[in-house]
Design a protein. Structure first.
Length: 176
């Protein structure tokens, strides 16, 4: 009796479809793990994030049909995963929506700024998955994010911009 109860608890405690990219669980992924996995997949690097860039950009045409770019963002402080986003030209990706629904279940539907803007949202552990239609930019975006880490990344970006603004003022004062 104990073994079946243990198995049932184990199944309930761990999601059957943990969000992964390139075989790496996103919940605990690090920059080095994901970069290595992406490079091993043969995806072409366009730009790697560094001191002034807060995310990597890859050409994803050969990786996910219909996609144009893959963006990967990491928290600089601890190199943890913050987001991954595939960008698609055009609106509506019905096959992708079907595949995501089959894997993660029925999504929550959220409306955007325009009537045609909407997002299908799933939750997988700490990872939020969103398939969004952006009418204004005529794009579809598939985003995997860890909201707590994404917030840290945004704080790092804001601090970086604040430092740039301060340096700009110092530069102007020195010039005159």
């Amino acid at each position: 009796m104990r073994l079946p109860l243990f198995c049932l608890l184990l199944l309930m405690a761990s999601p059957g479809h943990a969000a992964q990219l390139f075989g790496i669980s996103l919940q605990d992924a690090t920059r080095d793990q994901l970069r290595s996995a992406v490079k091993n997949s043969g995806v072409e690097l366009i730009r790697e994030g560094g001191d002034q860039a807060f995310f990597d950009i890859y050409d994803s045409k050969n990786l996910l049909p219909g996609s144009v770019h893959l963006y990967l963002g990491f928290v600089k402080q601890d190199q943890s995963f913050a987001f991954a986003e595939y960008a698609f030209n055009g609106l509506r990706q019905p096959q992708l929506l079907q595949r995501l629904s089959a894997k993660y279940g029925q999504p929550q539907l959220k409306q955007g700024k325009y009537l045609s803007d909407q997002s299908h949202v799933w939750q997988s552990g700490q990872i939020s998955i969103s398939l969004s239609y952006d009418w204004q930019n005529y794009q579809t975006r598939l985003t995997y994010s860890r909201p707590d880490k994404l917030e840290l990344l945004r704080q790092e970006q804001a601090e970086y911009r604040r430092q740039l603004a301060l340096q700009g003022d110092d530069f102007l004062e020195q010039a005159y």
